[in-house]
Design a protein around this ligand. Structure first.
Ligand code: PHE
Length: 348
């Protein structure tokens, strides 16, 4: 082959490649182009094989022509490569574009439900006095809920707490006092015990201040030197912590089968300030908690020596406290999934 003949071939090859490269739109057509013009089976490779037949004197020049062809083809390839890469980048940037003029989202803060705010507040208070937190199930045995709390089967005091029976000697616990039995039995007659237990309880009761489902926080202290005045002092501190100095607190003698003596603590009604209204059933007072010295029978029934140990216990209504603290007039508000209701209590 003469030099001119080869130059013509090369020219045609380049023209064809130019035409073809313009059709390349993606990686696979680019690879096909690369294989066809620069790969093992390309014309270019076969031209290199022709070198053997070229006369020695012409080898150098022929080689230069070949190299020129190869770089022309490689340039077409790399120009296309760059073009495709630029296009891909531009597309990516376009897709990821952030409109900085768009108004932002306003993330709203959640808020604690008043029921849990009270639990946390009361728990904090008692942790500060060295109490620990105990737990028990809402489905409870008749034994823990009643019998071990000194309320035998046919005792009229069972009527005080109209419970939901689940059969098989199981009830939805009617008070967190059931946890007292669990805690005492677990301690196997060895004090001291100093616990609180917040939780849900259930009774067949339904009006503006009673819901069939409500919350209590139980407290139980058992030691060799627990006294009635320790109890009154503890509860006075608690009620002042919860309601400040404004509300009046009164203790009144009461009856619970599991405590002797027993007292109830009332707080002056927040609606009428003690004058009497529907909320406080025209008494001016709202009952907040029941308490007393642990009955010797309860100590004995749960494995404690009533000659050695004394104890006091109390049960606070979580809902009552929440209603008083947050001015909620219907207990049912605490048990609806009304976001607007909870949002009222959001601290900005
Ligand atoms: N368990 C009583 C109730 O639910 C409250 C209470 C607890 C009273 C502990 C005395 C001692 O009414």
């Amino acid at each position: 082959m003469t030099k001119e003949e080869f130059q013509n071939l090369a020219k045609r090859e380049i023209e064809e490649a130019k035409k073809e490269v313009s059709q390349v739109v993606d990686e696979s057509s680019l690879n096909a182009f690369k294989g066809k013009y620069l790969g093992k089976k390309s014309h270019l490779t076969s031209y290199y094989a022709l070198m053997k037949e070229v006369a020695p004197a012409e080898k150098k020049e022929f080689g230069m022509e070949l190299n020129a062809l190869r770089s022309a083809l490689s340039e077409l390839l790399s120009a296309k490569q760059k073009e495709l890469a630029d296009k891909a980048l531009a597309e990516k940037l376009e897709k990821e574009k952030v409109d900085i003029t768009r108004p932002g989202y306003h993330a709203t803060l959640g808020s604690k439900h008043p029921f849990y705010a009270v639990i946390d507040d009361v728990t904090d208070f008692f942790l500060g006095l060295g109490y620990t937190v105990a737990d028990g199930p809402e489905v409870e045995t008749d034994e823990n809920n009643f019998e071990l709390m000194n309320i035998p089967k046919d005792h009229p005091a069972r009527d005080m707490q109209d419970s939901f029976s689940l059969g098989d000697n199981l009830v939805l616990r009617s008070h967190t006092s059931a946890v007292q039995a669990r805690v005492m039995k677990a301690a196997k007659g060895v004090g001291p015990i100093k616990v609180i237990c917040p939780g849900k309880v259930y009774r067949r009761d339904n009006d503006a201040t009673h819901s069939p489902e409500f919350g209590q926080i139980e407290g139980l202290v058992i030691s060799e030197d627990a006294t009635f005045s320790n109890l009154l002092e503890t509860l006075t501190l608690l009620l002042r912590h919860l309601f400040g100095e404004k509300r009046e607190v009164r203790f009144r003698p009461s009856f619970f089968p599991f405590t002797e003596p027993s007292v109830e603590a009332d707080i002056s009604c927040f609606e009428c300030n003690g004058k009497g209204c529907a909320l406080c059933k025209h008494t001016g007072w709202i009952e907040i908690l029941g308490s007393g010295m642990v009955h010797p029978n309860v100590l004995r029934l749960n494995g404690f020596d009533d000659k050695k140990y004394r104890g006091y216990a109390f049960g606070i209504g979580i809902d009552r406290v929440a209603m008083l603290k947050y001015g909620i007039d219907d207990i049912k508000r605490l048990y609806t999934d009304d976001v607007a209701f909870v949002e009222q209590f959001r601290k900005e």
